[in-house]
Design a binder for this molecule. Sequence first.
Ligand code: ZN
Length: 279
Amino acid sequence: MNLLGIDFEDWYHPQLVEPFVSEEKKIPTMFRGLDKILDLLRKNDSKATFFVVGDLLESNPEILDKIMSEGHEIGFHTMKHTRLDSPNFRPEFKEELKKFEKLTSGKSIGFRAPTFSLNEKSSWAIDELVSNGYKYDSSIMPAKTNMYGMPSAERSPYRITNSSLGKNDPNGTLIEFPLLVTKFLGKTIPAAGGFYLRALPLKIIKNAIKSYEEKEIPASLYIHSWELTPEYIPRIKLPIKSHFITYHKIEKTFSKMNELLKKFEFTAFESYLSKIPNK
Ligand SMILES: [Zn+2]
């Protein structure tokens, strides 16, 4: 069984896009794409966890029921898509957790850090999550990229603590689900979704999932809501590299995801967690 996390955020939230959009241009459009995403999951009999940017629930509270009524789960992706390692973010994050708890009637017990920004500078977040009743996190990418990554981290789920971000700590209570990686041309790279799903041949992703399945490790995948519904997002002018990373082959995302969902079994994190014996 594999895991699917949908980072439910709007077109202006990604770190490579946000600085180029003025406040008055930040008009949400993502709720329009939700039905298409829910259809995709329903048709493939797949369940997912939606890691939602809290601001979207404030402006469109109906999103929550729509997602949950189809058997999917809600997780937290911060209120405004702020990197955890932003200066002095901790007090704000504490308030955000309380706010999100209210918005979701305490339904969220899982977290994904924006831009996988859980690292040595932001490890305090683990304690905040635990003290707010969170049970799992999925923010560690065991590969090095330009923007994030912890290449030495374990590949299978483990207990994470603020002093042991990449290795199992038996004293930990928060379960970390690291994202899927693979070897490509001698290097370990992400194979979990996003840009890598769009840019790499699908065969590489499929083989990566198969090799995890053979080792009985759940392959944890992520996809952004805006990548699945490019028809609802305005394209804006970005520096050439950011433009490439954000929009390259974005029209292919939906059909590639559809193929993966047809071929492999995916479920949501909480439901997976409830089925594994305490390790
Ligand atoms: Zn995000």
